[in-house]
Design a protein. Structure first.
Length: 135
């Protein structure tokens, strides 16, 4: 129900969010994915299959986010009132040097995060024993 209310409100406030959908009709697959995922959540919950219901809810969130992004594209952050002040892809992109430095730091950070997870999980592997407090 909240999905329908939020969609109706969004279209009422910003009807131009449907422009990309009308321009590229095949992208109506996104709202169809939202509906299918919601049906999946309901069906799998009734059948007491929580993993499938969880996966359906993840698919629902994916399609909702994809739908919002597609509805706004190429705008990243719409301005209130004057659309000339919107933050668009063209206005938000950094220079090539900044992107290269950011990518290098991101790769370093991801390697560090993965190394930390591997270290922590290797140090504390095995089942925890509640009685002795050991693992």
């Amino acid at each position: 129900m909240l999905t329908v209310v939020s969609l109706a409100t969004t279209i009422g406030v910003r009807p131009e969010t449907l422009n990309n959908y009308y321009q590229y009709p095949f992208t109506f697959i996104v709202p169809a994915g939202v509906v299918a995922a919601l049906i999946g959540v309901r069906v799998w919950n009734k059948r007491a299959q929580p993993l499938k219901a969880f996966i359906s809810s993840c698919v629902y969130l994916f399609f909702m986010l994809a739908g919002a992004c597609w509805g706004l594209y190429p705008t990243l952050l719409p301005a209130t009132g004057n659309s000339g002040l919107d933050i668009t892809l063209d206005r938000a992109i950094s220079g090539p040097h900044t992107l290269a430095v950011g990518l290098a730091w991101w790769i370093f950070g991801m390697v560090l995060a993965v190394a930390y997870v591997v270290f922590v999980y290797s140090r504390f592997r095995g089942k925890a024993d509640v009685k002795t407090g050991a693992h």
